[in-house]
Design a binder for this molecule. Structure first.
Ligand code: BV8
Length: 233
């Protein structure tokens, strides 16, 4: 791995699976018989705000009862010890990367532990439920919504992500099925910009074709081994 300087890592629900958080493929359609695509949309929220708030209240509560796993810990070690460029772009709305100690993290689909006020557009760290329509701490409006990016909404910090992809020598995708865009397209962008591409995932997906190398296995095993290799190089 000569001349390796800048790394971009993309993580998905698979990196949190071993912490006990259901992936979308497992939970898809299982949650109160609604497909995530139906619940995680502005239209779904418009149609039945209580249903959507309950969906997120349950996940916000659950995420505070689980812990980071060896894959999160390995990426946090990489963040501490890697002197080159690193950006961990996560599609996950849990805070397990941060709780493992990583700091160069971007939540492109938002965060469960944050509430967004659509009136004053401020965000607030939020650990409790939103179903009772609490007041916004800034403007007192009672319209707080989960601070997550729904289908059809613009993902966060796209400029920062594309700037990192342009500089990347290595793009590593961990625990994602590559079903959701624009995240699923990052591997093609990275290749175009000249990066090597590596996939670490439980199974080969339709996106695996785009990777120079694809390793199958559990993130808890593959990620620590890969981080060891990078830090030794
Ligand atoms: C956008 C937050 C414009 C909420 C999420 C047609 C109509 C309408 C829209 C579209 C359309 N066609 C395309 C679109 C765009 C749409 C999209 O992609 N739709 C899909 C369904 C086709 N995308 C959007 O709307 C996005 N916005 O496009 O705006 C734009 C375009 C370009 C540039 C700027 C703006 C917004 C999408 C964000 C939606 N919000 N999450 C919430 O979390 O509730 S998406 C949500 O689902 C996750 O964040 C994640 O992104 C996705 C699930 O994917 P994964 O993380 O990969 O999880 P999954 O379960 O699928 O896979 C898990 C993988 O792990 C599996 O491969 C499994 O094998 C593996 N695994 C399991 N266990 C392990 C493991 N691997 C390792 N170890 C293990 N132990």
């Amino acid at each position: 791995m000569a001349e390796l300087r800048n790394i971009v890592v993309l993580t998905g629900a698979g990196i949190s699976a071993e912490s006990g958080i259901d992936t979308f493929r497992d939970a898809g359609g299982l949650w109160e018989k609604h497909r995530v695509e139906d619940v995680a949309t502005p239209q779904g929220y418009e149609r039945d705000p209580a249903l959507v708030q309950r969906f997120y209240d349950a996940r916000r509560e659950a995420v505070q009862k689980v812990s980071p796993n060896p894959a999160h810990e390995a990426l946090a070690r990489l963040d501490r010890e890697w002197e080159g460029g690193l950006l961990i772009v996560t599609q996950n709305v849990d805070d397990l990367h941060e709780r493992a100690g990583a700091s160069r993290v971007v939540h492109m689909h938002g965060e469960l532990l944050s509430a967004l006020c659509p009136i004053c557009e401020r965000r607030h760290r939020w650990t409790g439920p939103l179903i009772e329509r609490p007041e916004c701490p800034s403007c007192e409006a009672r319209s707080l919504r989960p601070d997550v990016v729904w289908f059809g909404e613009m993902p966060y910090q796209m400029d920062r992500i594309y700037a990192a992809l342009r500089r990347a020598d290595l793009f590593v995708s961990i625990g994602t099925s590559g079903a959701v865009y624009p995240a699923a397209g990052f591997v093609r962008d990275a290749r175009e910009y000249g990066a090597r591409t590596l996939e670490l995932n439980l199974e080969r997906g339709e996106g695996s074709y785009w990777f120079d190398e694809s390793q199958q296995g559990r993130a808890g095993e593959l990620v620590p081994a890969w981080v060891d290799e990078v830090l030794r190089s």
